[in-house]
Design a protein around this ligand. Structure first.
Ligand SMILES: [Zn+2]
Length: 462
């Protein structure tokens, strides 16, 4: 859809980033979604004694129901899990359970079928190094890691003891933050029907978190004695969750299916949200814009509504018109690097030297806040190049490939940046950091690829 080696599908405000075909997992990035994930889960992390800023949450584009923890404090959530949760307490129930797997130091056990020993530890080393260097979220690396973990998901499971501990600790965290734990039970109960299915037909969550009646009964006892028992969900949080679900559904489902669930007669914000996407997907630009305008009118202070309206205009080729709308979104949500990136992208796409200059500080700010934002790096590099700042363009490109998990390309551009900057400057040192870590990552990936190749050959000979 776009130029460059990335397969970037800009679906309005949701970005599906698939940098390398071989990695099956894609991360969905959206400012509103990410803000919601933290707003809703941070109190739970705190209740568990974790530092919310160091827990990273990633939404994966996957229809199956799953959530898993990997590489320390990273939580991956399948879009299918969000869509399967009826309300926010069901979602937070799963998050509370997963939080214990982090806070209680659980590790997934290898099952007997797990033959590819060593892969996980090698990857976590690569990623550990990368995470230290990035000093924050690095979604691109997250993509790599996710691809691997899910592949192993079929063979890894927590023990029964760990599952019980996670249930009880999760119920405790929910009690601490005043959330009714019934949602947790309801969600697990839905999955219990899958126990009798063959493994391949089960959702991955069921395989890695073995369910049984005893677990549910034990959980019931813990939840029923909590002061928050039978308490309805927080209305503001519930509304945000329903909007997020609608947005996700509109983005992922066929328009016809979305419109069946959210017919035009439904004038709720969630329904309009879903329809913006449905109309956009079926190229009904005017209808999509009408819905987006209605959203803005209903909440004129909501940055996400301007963001979506700007995106519709932008994708419909009305780029100049989109600029003031994006600016409004940025002004209303100044700490939203993904919105700033959308604004910067619109500016850069016009290929107007004045706008290129103006886009640079906006994109620099976005990458400072969100160093794993490959798309912001891509646009920033372009703006630098247009402004004759070639050394900075090389470094930004190195950052882009580094955060996208394409170490070979990161090495090439980091080398170029090191040749252009003065030795010892902060830019030169940063380029060197990227070079070292990416070289190491490239070697490990190559070794892993060769091992897999060998295994494939061996299994053919059998
Ligand atoms: Zn579990």
């Amino acid at each position: 859809m776009r130029s460059g080696p990335y397969k970037i599908i800009i679906g309005l405000a949701l970005w599906l980033i698939t940098p390398v075909e071989t990695f099956a997992q894609s991360i969905l990035r959206d400012a509103e979604t990410e803000a919601f994930l933290h707003e809703s889960s941070d109190p739970i992390f705190r209740a568990a004694g974790l530092t919310p800023q160091s827990v990273h949450m990633y939404l994966l584009h996957e229809n199956s129901i799953n959530a898993f923890v990997t590489g320390g404090q990273n939580i991956f959530i399948h879009s299918g899990l969000i869509l399967a949760a009826d309300d926010v307490t069901e979602f937070l129930g799963v998050m509370a359970h997963e939080t214990c797997h982090i806070a209680c130091g659980h590790r997934l056990r290898r099952g007997e079928a797990y033959a590819n020993a060593g892969t996980a530890s090698i990857l976590s080393m690569v990623l550990g190094a990368a995470a230290i260097l990035a000093g924050g979220t690095d979604a691109g690396m997250g993509i790599m890691m996710a691809g691997q973990s899910v592949a192993q998901g079929q063979f890894l499971a927590y023990t029964r003891g760990q599952e019980s501990e996670a249930d009880l600790a999760g119920a405790k965290y929910l009690e601490t933050v005043g959330i009714n734990g019934e949602g947790m039970i309801r969600f697990f109960d839905k999955l219990r029907d899958q126990e009798i299915l063959a493994q391949v037909r089960q959702d991955p969550y069921v395989r890695s978190h073995p369910l049984n009646r005893v677990r549910i009964l034990q959980l019931q006892q813990a939840v029923e004695t909590s002061p928050s028992y039978q308490k309805p969900p927080n209305p503001a949080l519930e509304e945000k969750f329903q909007r997020l679900k609608a947005k996700l559904m509109g983005y992922l489902y066929e328009p016809r299916r979305t419109l069946r669930k959210y017919p035009p007669s439904d004038t709720s914000i969630a329904a309009r949200y879903a329809r913006v996407y449905a109309y956009h997907k079926s190229l009904e630009w005017d209808l999509a814009l009408t819905e987006a305008k209605a959203l803005v009118e209903s909440e004129p202070q909501n940055p996400y509504f301007y963001e979506i309206m700007g995106q519709i205009l932008f994708e419909n080729g009305r780029v100049r018109e989109s600029l003031p709308v994006f600016k409004q979104a940025v002004d209303l949500g100044p700490r939203e690097p993904l919105i700033a990136t959308a604004y910067g992208q619109a500016m850069v796409s016009l290929e107007d030297p004045d706008l290129m200059e103006k886009a640079i500080p906006i994109l620099e700010d976005a990458t400072r806040q969100d160093s794993g934002n490959t798309f912001a790096w891509f646009n920033l590099a372009k703006a630098y190049a247009w402004s004759g700042r070639d050394a900075e363009a090389s470094l930004a490109t190195a950052e882009r490939f580094y955060s996208a998990g394409v170490p070979m390309m990161a090495v090439m551009h980091a080398q170029r940046a090191m040749e252009s900057f003065k030795m010892g400057t902060s830019e030169w040192l940063r380029a060197q950091d990227i070079l070292y870590v990416s070289q190491e990552a490239a070697e490990k990936l190559e070794k892993q690829r060769r091992r897999q190749e060998r295994q494939r050959r061996l299994s053919f000979e059998d």
